[in-house]
Design a binder for this molecule. Structure first.
Ligand code: TXA
Ligand code: MG
Length: 344
């Protein structure tokens, strides 16, 4: 257990290191007091780190939009730790619907529901719906228990890959936030699935860690429409170096990467898999994303790898696509948004 400060520029960011499985109450108390006082505190969830503020404090919420450089038309998710919190945020939720939410909560899934009027409009960008998530990470649960509902967008600058480690948050915000609860690496490494339940039919508007196949067991009439999410025109997961994505069968991917490299003669790094790493010349600079037969391992590391290779002395980033099923569908959703060009 430790609480330290690091000086970045003019201000001090408090780094509150906690045990991710059994977070220390006295340390979380520091974080929760700060949130209650209108401060911005980053914290880990099982998906990615979030930039947290009191959901009922409009000026704290406004500060989140400002430091994240987030367009105000892109609303925030409200995070809760118990089902009773839902009633503070949501209108007209019947018992049957509540039971469905409880089948998937706590966990890496967000539901869009009809908003109650007492929730500040800035949270939802003026929409009459609110996105709500009950995370399962012990640090998030304990923190929200102390503070009540917290708004938390992913703790990255708007348009950058989401943060899966405290260092990623520091890299993006330097001295602009008040504290970070450092609970180590997040678990899934990709943001929550988002299901819009505010209309007649459930719509998956952002694929996440819970696969579509599994969600269909609970919502048999679920459809996917990723264009329905307000952020569809903003989320780019952009690296500073151009990222090129290669898709198709494994043989086709390897072949098109080899011919791409042959023609361009640029200084690149290739993100490849355990299974394909030996199919390229030895002098290729490679980073292994994980194994194609264990796509969760790729999901967990992909944002970290994107941030890492971005700091390398290279001109461009080449990425092998993976099979677009199960969690692979979510990984590819993020990679497609990140890519400057897709080769198929
Ligand atoms: O896993 C996650 O969801 C992480 C962690 C921190 O919980 N949070 C996260 O927040 O990814 P953010 O702000 O980066 O993404 C929230 C997404 C955005 O695409 C936003 O447009 C959408 O949720 N959203 C928020 N409120 C909405 C609403 N009322 N209706 C539809 N979409 C909404
Ligand atoms: Mg985000």
């Amino acid at each position: 257990m430790s609480a330290m400060r690091i000086h970045l520029g003019g201000k001090t960011v408090r780094i509150l290191k906690v045990d991710p499985l059994n977070p220390e109450d006295d340390i979380l108390k520091i974080a929760s007091d700060m949130i209650k006082n209108g401060k911005i505190v980053a914290f880990p969830t099982e998906t990615v780190y979030g930039l947290g503020a009191d959901a009922f404090n409009p000026s704290a919420v406004e500060k989140i939009f400002r430091i994240k450089k987030r367009p105000t038309g892109n609303p925030l998710i409200v995070h809760i730790s118990k089902i009773e919190h839902v009633n503070e945020l949501v209108e007209d939720l019947d018992i049957r619907r509540m039971k469905v939410l409880e089948r998937l909560w706590p966990g890496p899934i967000t539901f869009v529901l009809k908003k109650r009027s007492n929730l500040p409009d800035i949270v939802t960008g003026g929409l009459n719906t609110v996105a709500v998530r009950m995370p399962s990470h012990p640090v998030s649960v304990a923190l929200i228990d102390m503070t009540g509902p917290i708004v938390a967008p992913s703790a990255n600058l708007s348009g950058r890959p989401s943060p899966t480690k405290a260092q990623h948050v520091i890299d993006d915000f330097k001295d602009e936030l008040d504290a970070i609860v450092d609970g180590g690496e997040t678990i899934f490494g990709l943001e929550s699935s988002v299901i819009d339940l505010s209309g007649d039919h459930p719509i998956l508007i952002r694929p996440g860690p819970i696969t579509f196949e599994r969600l269909r067991n609970i919502f048999p009439d679920l459809v996917i429409d990723v264009d329905k999410i307000p952020s569809s025109s903003f989320d780019h997961y952009m690296t500073k170096k151009p990222l090129y994505l290669f898709i198709g069968t494994v043989e086709k991917i390897v072949k098109s990467i080899l011919s791409f490299v042959e023609k361009r003669k640029k200084n690149f790094v290739l993100l490849c898999s355990e299974e394909t790493k030996n199919m390229y010349p030895d002098n290729f600079r490679k980073v292994i994303m994980g194994s194609r037969v264990r796509p969760f391992s790729i999901a967990k590391r992909i944002f970290d790898i994107m941030r890492k290779v971005d700091k390398m002395d290279v001109d461009e980033i080449l990425v092998e696509g993976i099979e677009e099923k199960g969690i692979g569908f979510t990984v590819m959703d993020r990679l497609r948004r990140s890519a400057l060009r897709i080769f198929e």
